[in-house]
Design a binder for this molecule. Structure first.
Ligand SMILES: Nc1ncnc2c1ncn2[C@@H]1O[C@H](COP(=O)(O)OP(=O)(O)OP(=O)(O)O)[C@@H](O)[C@H]1O
Ligand SMILES: [Mg+2]
Length: 274
């Protein structure tokens, strides 16, 4: 279990500043629903936490139980317990799935895992995520359908047993049955104390995994934080009410000059950064 703390985070993609002073904390065992309009920086946040080199942190800090995450290379971030299920998982031709999982597990151990132990663990993970074991022989994500890729991300989460799991639109592309399988596996992982940061545009997944809190990312900042009731409101009304209730301009395209943000009368659930 661990606390991931993000303070005043500024992140550039190329020359464009995408995150503009973002604050967020994921405490032990919490599940945070991260919502926000398209293109406002949700995936960028997760990529920056994981250490994707396409994104440059220009200011701010990310710590995991006080450890400086930004000072760690990607593999150390993973070994420290941070996990990312990507919005668009990459196909890796030439990398056998089972070999990849074995290498990932061994990177976390003093002694290499015994073959029998590895295969039992692998078979159990495939069975519980309801993925045919035959797929372990295929190259990672190569030719996988959209839903297979997403389900495979959950399989990786189970194998790696992270302390903080970040799931980027894990529900996109899943059929109804697969959505229930994925939700069940997330719930099992929640019970082990893993903290979750879960991006989805739809209330359906959230209704199955019961987030403890919700955070809304607009214009590169978390502009509203509150209870799960925020999810239902966004599902019903979209994001326009943020503009009217909190005086935050919701830009259609990030990267354009941003109006100053102001806050109207707001309750304790509101947090404006910067
Ligand atoms: N590598 C990159 N190079 C240039 N621009 C980028 C890069 N990555 C992201 N962006 C831009 O940053 C902005 C935020 O993108 P991001 O993927 O974080 O949005 P998002 O909130 O996850 O949106 P969605 O809900 O559509 O997934 C977008 O305008 C996007 O085009
Ligand atoms: Mg995204």
């Amino acid at each position: 279990m661990a606390t991931l703390s993000i303070k005043n985070l500024h992140v550039n993609a190329g020359d464009t500043e995408i995150l503009r002073g973002l604050n967020l904390e994921i405490k032990d065992g919490e599940t945070i629903a991260l919502l926000g309009p398209n293109g406002h920086g949700k995936s960028t946040l997760l990529a920056a936490i994981m250490g994707n080199p396409a994104y440059t942190v220009t200011e701010g800090s990310i710590t995991l139980d006080g450890q400086d995450v930004l000072a760690m290379p990607v593999n150390e971030r993973s070994k420290a317990g941070i996990f990312l299920a990507m919005q668009y998982p990459s196909e890796v031709p030439g990398l056998n799935s089972a070999d990849f999982y074995k290498a990932a597990l061994n990177a976390r151990r003093e002694q290499p895992i015994k073959l029998f132990e590895f295969y039992s663990k692998l078979q159990k993970a495939y069975a519980e995520t309801e993925i045919p074991f035959e797929m372990s022989k295929r190259n990672l994500n190569e030719g996988f359908s959209g839903g297979e890729k997403k389900r495979n991300e959950i399989l990786q989460m189970k194998l790696l047993n992270p302390s903080v799991a970040m799931l980027d639109e894990i529900d996109s592309g899943l059929d109804v049955d697969a959505l229930h399988v994925v939700a069940r596996e997330i719930e099992k992982q929640q019970q082990t104390g893993t903290g979750f940061l879960v991006i989805s545009h739809y209330a359906r997944l959230y209704s199955l995994i019961h987030p403890t809190r919700a955070a809304i990312l607009v214009n590169g900042r978390i502009v509203v934080e509150g209870g799960p009731e925020l999810i239902e409101r966004i599902d019903r009304e979209g994001y326009e009410w943020i503009k009217t209730e909190y005086g935050v301009s919701v830009e259609k395209e990030i990267g354009k000059p941003m109006n100053d943000m102001s806050i109207g009368a707001c309750g304790t659930k509101v947090k404006v950064n910067g």
